[in-house]
Write a protein that binds this ligand. Structure first.
Ligand code: FMN
Length: 354
């Protein structure tokens, strides 16, 4: 049997395979609520055989959204529809996962498919973004308001409350988004964090907010919920965040009880030098797995079943996240199982088609 379709046990939770859906914003919510788009979109990928299906970034506060149409989990009213989704995913023997996020200085933007003068003004449902330092991402972005220490503590509390709601909604896995130039990554990276207080100054200070998040979240979620962190392993910019700092950070995350690092990269600077090609982020997963001794996920231009299997066989990652390939083909795992194992866990309703 292939490794891709063998089960993975994470602290007692059995995930049926290692082929997981990467978080992908749908920009299809009103006031943060999930709706039938999310139910069908995520549900289809569970029917398609993914072992774990992760929601898009769900904002922990209204100002933590990227666009006003983002999914959210900042109020109890959001739980009911999310619960319908987790129930369906579980009925397909799929682990429901949610990514919790705050957009930081990259908030209050339009949907990507809208015209590109980017920012949504305060009169049109937008807001002034917040960040560790008052530095805009680029010339087309708003200048964020620098967070004070009370506001930082308030954001930790927002993540904690969102984590509790996630568990109440039935999610068995929570991933904290610390990548792609959003709030937690903004604290980590010397490019966006110029603070001189306890939340900046040096690596220890820059790691404080992200580590506080994990420490406090671990206190409120039950043992059976698995906790993942998505990082950007490098900024691809000189004197920015890099793999060496990522390794130090992941050692701390491991000590705090994080179960798996989802290894992405980039997003904190328009100056990043990056030419994405198949497997381009796999070396980060391999390095963190080796240096830190923690489970890792590889993501990024992985589209072929044999490609995915080779990564696992070489022990460069424990799981494979697929993003855009799952948008093109929600049934990717069913076909990949046929390719690799000549058998597949096909839903009865679809049996005669594969
Ligand atoms: C439409 C779209 C939305 C995305 N939204 C998120 C998101 O909410 N959170 C996140 O961490 N990454 C997000 N990503 C990044 C993907 O999860 C993934 O890391 C990236 O697309 C690379 O993987 P791929 O080559 O398999 O698509 C998004 C990507 C796409 C294409």
């Amino acid at each position: 049997m292939s490794i891709l379709f063998s089960s993975l046990n994470i602290r007692g939770m059995e995930v049926k395979n290692r082929c997981w859906v990467s978080p992908m914003c749908q920009y299809s919510s009103e006031d943060g609520f999930a709706n039938n788009w999310h139910l069908i979109h995520l549900g289809t990928r569970a029917v398609g055989g993914a072992g774990l299906v992760m929601t898009e970034a769900a904002a922990v506060s209204p100002e933590g959204r990227i666009s006003p149409s983002d999914l959210g989990i900042w109020k109890d009213g959001h739980i009911e529809k999310l619960n319908e989704i987790t129930n369906f995913l579980k009925s397909q023997n799929c682990v429901p996962a949610i990514q919790l996020a705050h957009s930081g200085r990259k908030g209050s933007t339009k949907k990507p498919w809208e015209e590109r003068d980017n920012m949504v003004g305060e009169n049109d449902g937008g807001w002034i973004p917040v960040a560790p330092s008052s530095l805009a991402f680029d010339n087309n972005s708003a200048t964020p308001k620098e967070l004070n220490t009370d506001e930082i503590a308030g954001l930790v509390s927002s993540f904690v409350k969102a984590s509790k709601r996630a568990e109440l909604a039935g999610f068995q896995c929570i991933e904290i988004h610390m990548a792609h130039g959003y709030l937690a990554h903004e604290f980590l990276s010397p490019i966006s964090n110029k603070r001189t207080d306890e939340y900046g100054n040096n690596l220890k200070g820059r790691m404080k907010f992200p580590l506080d998040l994990i420490r406090e979240i671990k206190k409120v979620i039950s043992e059976k919920v698995i906790l993942l962190v998505r990082i950007s392993a490098t900024d691809y910019v000189e004197n920015g965040w890099d793999i060496e700092q990522s390794i130090e950070f992941c050692k701390e995350l491991k000590d705090l009880g994080v179960d798996l690092i989802d290894c992405s990269s980039g997003g904190s600077s328009p100056l990043q030098k990056l030419n994405p090609e198949p497997n381009y982020q796999v070396p980060f997963s391999a390095e963190i797995k080796k240096q830190v001794g923690i489970k890792t996920g590889a993501v990024g231009l992985i589209t072929n079943s044999h490609q995915a299997e080779e990564i696992l066989k070489a022990n460069l990652a424990d799981v494979i996240f697929l993003g855009r390939e799952f948008l093109r083909n929600p049934y990717w795992p069913l076909k990949a199982m046929k390719d690799l194992d000549n058998s597949a866990d096909i839903p009865d309703q679809y049996k005669r088609s594969f």
